[in-house]
Design a binder for this molecule. Sequence first.
Ligand SMILES: [Zn+2]
Length: 300
Amino acid sequence: MVLSRALTFAGNPLDRANLKRLDVAWLTAAQSAEHSRILPLSHGKPLMRETAGQALQLCWLSPTAFKEATGQIVFLGVEADLAHFACDVGPDATGFAAHGNFVDPLAALQGLPDAEGAIAAQARGILLWHERHRFCSNCGAASESADGGWKRFCGACKTEHFPRTDPVAIMLVVHGDEVLLGRKNIFPPGMYTALAGFMEPGETIEEAVAREVLEEAGVTVGDVRYLASQPWPYPASLMIGCIAEATSREITVDTTELDDARWFTRSDCRLAVSGAEGPLKIPPRYAIAHHLIRHWVNEG
Ligand SMILES: [Zn+2]
């Protein structure tokens, strides 16, 4: 199994068709073409409808449903020759109640097919960026959407602004047959997970991993291996999953960040991955930490 294919929000089936973003005539025609599909979102929550057996699906509508809507529209991509868009319909979304409900993608994971979860993440991420970046960060003037929604442009100071993605290093720190996991006090009792932290400017992934592990647990690391990454649109993170080899074992917990950190054995983790009761609980499958732990268990 390729690890990244198992990850929630990965595997978006749309062809992002980047060159079409620059073709204003094509975009304008596609946006009103009868067969084009538009996904309404309200505050980053896509419209979904229930199907048989409590399953959910994204509720794509034709452009005719958006005659009144004036919110931000973004070109998501093409699938089966159909153009797909996302539209922010704003907080007053009562006009769409007949079609379904606006649901947070994380709350819908149980019922939503994986591919649709990935599209939901793309639509949510880009529309939340527009919602929070309406003004130019260089001069403060209002900026305008461009390139099918994949850029904002400030006419006052001629600055281009691109959607942001915030990289987060998330790492399993291993030492022989043991792994270092930490917990925050908001976690359910017994749950531990991989350490993680935002990367900083001028830092490599390897350096961010080493810095975070030293800061949060007082442990030093040597080799760092990249495993897989996961888009996490809350609001704009990219989780970069790594395995790091510890070069020290003594733990000093940074109590401003963590409630506790400790070493667990591979058999503790194997039990946790299987879902059986044991000394350790790990995050659910939608979290990359679950898959990092599962991958390491299977390596041993
Ligand atoms: Zn400006």
